[in-house]
Structure formats: C-alpha cells, structure tokens
Design a protein around this ligand. Structure first.
Ligand SMILES: Nc1ncnc2c1ncn2[C@@H]1O[C@H](COP(=O)(O)OP(=O)(O)OP(=O)(O)O)[C@@H](O)[C@H]1O
Length: 584
C-alpha cells in the first residue's frame, strides 16, 4: 500500500494581524465584553499609576518629616483596596470573552462543516477535517484566549507603568530599557520558523487521525487483510513527522524563555545601579528610585512575555491557515425559494454531469417518472445510477439540461424544501449512536410516539427491543435490522418521493425477505426510484430505465426490454439469478 499523505494546506499562513482581525470579526458580538475587560485594564493601570505616584511622594515625605499618614498615604491605601477587585474583574471578563469566543468558533466550525458542498467534501480526508476542527482550532483559541485574558491587560498596564516611570525619571527608565529592543529582535528571529513547524505538526496530526479513522471505520477489512501493521507503519510515519516538527518548535520556544528572563532581569539591575548613582547626585529621590523599581515589574511583565506571545501567535498563524481554509470551503448553494410538491413528474431532460477533472458520467440523460410510479434504474457498474439520484437530491449540480421535481425546476427549490420531499435508503445505512427508537424518530422530529411505534411495526422491527443501544453507526445490529431501521425512519418521514439505492443488495435471503416486505409497505402510494444492481431483486416495479454510459438507453417493463434484446437483455442474461419475480 502506498504511503498516502494528506494534501498540504493550500493557503500560506496569514499574517498575525489578519488572524487577529478575523478572530475579532467572527466574535464581534462579544465586543462589549472585550471592551469591558479593556476598560478594567485601563482602570487597573490608572490605579497603579496613582499608587506608585503616592508611594513615591509618601516615601519622600516620610523621609523629610517622619509622618506616615498623610493625604498620599490615604489615596495609596484606597487605590490598593480597588486594585485587587479591578484586576479580578479584568481577568474574569477577559476569560469570559475567551470562553464565549471558543464556543462560538466551535459552533461556527460545526455549522461550516455541516454545510460544506458535497463535491468539496469528496476531496477531503475526514480525519484531517476533524483535526482542523478540533486540534487546530484549540491552538488558535488557546493562543488568543491567553492573549485577551492575560497578555493584553498586562500590555495595557505595562504601557501605563512605562508612562508613570518616564514621568518619575525618563533618564533612568530609558537607560534601563536600552537593551530591550536588541533582545526582542533576537526573539523574533528565533521564533520565526514556529509558524511553519506548527503547520507541519498539525498536518501530520491530521494524517495520523485520518489513519486512525480508517482503522476504526474499516475495522473488519483491516483485520481480514491483516492491515494492522501497514496502518501502524503509516501511523508511525505520521506521528514521527509530528514529533520532529514538535522537537524543532520546542527548541525555538525553549530558547525564548531565558531571553525573556534577561528582558526582565537586566533592566532591573540597571535601575538599581544607575538609580543609586542618580540619587547620589540628587537627580532623583530615593522614593523615585523605589517607585521605578516597582513599576519595572509591571513594565517587565509584557516585555518578558514578548517571546511567549510571539511563539503562541506564530503557532496560531500556522493553525489559522488550516482552519481558515476549512471555514472558506464553499457551502452548498441554498437553492431557490420554498416550494410545494405540485406537478406530477420527475423529469430528467438532456442532463449532463461530470466529476471534477473527469469525463462526463451523465450525458444527455432523459427520463421521467409519474407521480406514484415506481421505476428501477439499472445499468452496468459505473453507468451513473447513483450519480443520477445524487443530482436529484441536489448533492451535486447538473452541468447541462434540466431536472424538475414535482412541478418545479430543481434550482427553484430551496435545498431544505427539496430534501423534505425525499426519503433516501441506501445500501449501507448510516445509523447514529443511540437506540432504534431514537434513530427512527429522527425521520420526523414532530412525530408522536404512536406514529413512531407504527413506523417501527410497519418496518417489521417489533421483535427487537427498540430501546436498546445500537452502538456507533448501529454496529450492534445485523445488516437486515439496520436496513429496517432506515426503512422505518423513511416511513416516519412520509416524503412523497423515495430514493432507494438497492437496500437489499448486501443481505442474505432471509433478511432480504424481511427487508423487501418492509420496502413494499414503504413504497405503497409513493413515487419511487430504485437503483438495482441485482436484476433479480426488482419487485413491485412499474418500469425499468436502463442506463448505459450516462444515457437512458432503454425504458419499459421487464418483458418489453427483454423482447428488445438490447442492453437490458444482455445485462439480464449476464447475471446468474432467478428473474421470475420481476414485475410481480
Ligand atoms: N465522488 C466522485 N468523484 C469522482 N468520480 C466519481 C465519484 N463518484 C462516482 N464517481 C465515478 O462516476 C462513475 C459513475 O459512478 P456511479 O456511482 O454513479 O455509478 P453506478 O452506476 O451507481 O455504479 P454501481 O452500480 O457500481 O454502484 C464511476 O466511474 C465512478 O468512478
């Protein structure tokens, strides 16, 4: 088996400003919470400036007259009293903003994924999509959450502390910070490759998730073909690549941390040394030096964190490229307006369709179905049967000709309205984790218990405990039971058009008999298009449309098509089965 790689993210990493702008736009409805958090940071900054100013004056005054309780001390104590609640509020609001953003971005990602156009989805790996929606998003949220709840307030307070310190002694402040730009530049250089490493790491993580997903989804096949070791090797290769990128990223991040400590430590040493000298020549008071030392802690916080902020932003940029690519995947078109099923026909008129980069699968396809009629679409494998019904469900869009459904052109229907008219039962039924009852109830969210019970009975499921858990994808049921649950779900939906992709093809004779009976009940009084691979399975069908190379080559009853001795006849003869029941 070839080693498959998830295709690289097509987008270059967006700039930090772009990431930030998009984050703020997507979360614009929480702007008031963010504004309140910033306001509290400003209040905290103002309190800090007042406190150091008062401290400065109190120390100087105390030194001169030996009294502690003066006006400045009272203001200092009052400010101290307000400082804690204001910082608490600022952090609480910052964290609240981050949590709200996290929730809304996850919501938005889920909504995007559920609306992705089928054609776009076909080109994706599910594991990689899950990784983008989960791990990449968590990285972006983690970085920006931390920024808005901790780092941004720290920066605001740092700027206020810097101004206060410049006012006390601009010489001491500027001299102490002289080394800072050089170290910051070094940090920027060290952290530069982090975006690429983050992208590579997430890509490899997506690949490993994709492989794990393959193993879980195709567990029986993987076991039957002893694919465990092959998948394991591919998985190992992907996690090896992730580890390699992680090690490179960590090496850069680790170097940022001591550089950050230097950013705090060196200015403080300079303040102490140079401050003592300035005090000795009476250019600053001792209260002034002490205030600048205190302020340097608040100035130092954001400066010391510069490397960490840079590294988390660079990581977020790498992940943002992948998440934005997911968000920007085209949604399926919403279609036209609300319509009601009116006319009689389903009409395919000279319809053509090709999958991207491939020759046409459907070409000049024309056939029609009367209301209440049950037709079978037959044809050799790959002749375009499934594609035709996917066009009818608007999962893909025709490229030529016209399709109309119950009196309206398919593009005039709203997507939801169109799909409300259709019940689909496929070969490989997808059931959701939960009970049989839950799965049937999904067919019609407003159905009563009695209606659900009736659908369960009509689908011949009454002999099973309908409340028991059926496991992920219904794997604790037999194939025939799963199909009958799907039939009950379709019955409850009670849509006027049934699309059946040969739901009995994978069943043994006994299960097939049960499912066929349930299907007959389902088809009663409804228009149905049945895709049939095994011509022996055609029962209760009014007409057969035989496809060849994407065209309707022949149409008529079984007897008529047999008498024509054409495509259908040859197809029929090539199958080893008993055809006597066709057209019962
Ligand atoms: N998502 C897709 N992307 C690209 N090509 C596709 C896709 N789905 C189907 N095809 C190709 O389109 C052709 C028609 O496929 P389709 O499933 O419609 O045929 P079918 O008549 O239903 O076949 P079968 O009887 O084997 O189920 C095939 O050659 C298939 O490989």
């Amino acid at each position: 088996m070839n080693e498959e790689r998830v295709p690289d993210s097509q987008e270059a990493a967006p700039s930090a400003v772009h990431v930030m702008r998009r984050y703020l736009t997507v979360n614009a409805r929480y702007n008031s919470t963010l504004a309140a958090a910033i306001l509290c940071s400003l209040l905290t900054s103002a309190l800090l400036s007042i406190m150091t100013q008062c401290f400065h004056l109190t120390i100087d005054h105390f030194g001169a007259v030996g009294t502690v309780m003066n006006k400045q001390t009272v203001i200092l104590l009052l400010s101290l009293g307000l400082f804690v609640p204001s910082q608490y509020l600022q952090q609480y609001l910052g964290l609240k903003y981050s949590e709200l953003c996290d929730r809304s971005m996850r919501d938005m990602t889920f909504a995007t994924v559920s609306r992705i156009d089928k054609q776009t989805l076909d080109a994706q790996r599910i594991g990689d999509l899950l990784s983008r929606a989960n791990s990449d998003l968590a990285q972006i949220n983690g970085s920006l959450q931390n920024y808005f709840s901790v780092r941004l307030p720290q920066q605001i307070i740092g700027i206020a502390a810097l101004i206060a310190s410049l006012i006390i002694s601009w010489q001491l402040t500027l001299f102490s910070l002289a080394i800072v730009p050089a170290i910051m530049l070094l940090q920027a250089i060290v952290s530069a490759p982090l975006t690429r490493f983050a992208q590579q790491w997430q890509q490899a993580a997506g690949e490993s998730l994709s492989i794990a997903n393959n193993l879980m989804g195709g567990f029986e096949v993987a076991k039957a073909y002893n694919m465990g070791n092959v998948l394991r090797r591919r998985y190992d290769a992907a996690v090896d690549r992730a580890a390699e990128s992680g090690i490179h990223a960590n090496r850069a991040t680790i170097l940022l941390s001591p550089l950050g400590q230097l950013l705090v430590f060196i200015p403080q040493m300079i303040i102490c040394g140079f401050g003592v000298y300035l005090a000795s020549i009476d250019r600053i008071t001792s209260g002034g030096v002490m205030s600048v030392v205190i302020l340097s802690v608040f100035i130092g916080n954001p400066i010391g964190d510069f490397g960490a902020v840079l590294s988390s932003f660079r990581t977020a940029r790498g992940c943002a490229a992948r998440v934005f690519e997911l968000w920007d995947m085209p949604p399926e078109p919403e279609g036209g307006t609300e319509r009601k099923p009116e006319g009689d026909h389903i009409v395919f008129n000279r319809v053509s369709f090709a999958y991207p980069g491939k020759p046409p699968v459907i070409e000049d396809l024309s056939f029609s179905v009367q209301r209440g009629e049950r037709i079978a679409l037959v044809g050799a494998s790959g002749s375009g049967k499934s594609t035709a019904i996917k066009l009818l469900m608007a999962l893909y869009r025709k490229q030529g000709g016209d399709i109309s459904l119950f009196g309206h052109a398919i593009e005039d229907w709203s997507i939801d309205g169109l799909r409300a008219c259709i019940s689909y039962v496929g070969q490989d039924t997808y059931l959701f984790a939960g009970s049989i009852w839950d799965n049937v109830a999904l067919g019609n969210r407003s159905a009563t218990d009695a209606e659900i019970q009736a659908a369960i009975q009509a689908a011949l499921l009454s002999d099973i405990d309908v409340n028991r858990e059926i496991g992920e994808r219904g794997l604790r049921l037999s194939g025939g039971q799963r199909q009958r649950v799907a039939i009950a779900r379709a019955m409850l939906k009670d849509a006027p058009l049934l699309l059946l992709d040969e739901p009995t093809s994978a069943l043994d004779t006994q299960s097939e008999a049960l499912v066929s009976e349930a299907l007959q009940r389902l088809m009663q009084g409804r228009t149905a298009i049945v895709i049939a691979h095994r011509l022996s399975a055609l029962r209760h069908i009014d007409r057969i449309v035989c496809l060849q190379d994407g065209r309707a080559a022949e149409s008529g009853t079984h007897e008529r098509l047999m008498s024509m001795q054409g495509v259908y006849y040859r197809l029929y003869r090539s199958q080893e089965a008993d055809y006597h029941e066709i057209g019962d």
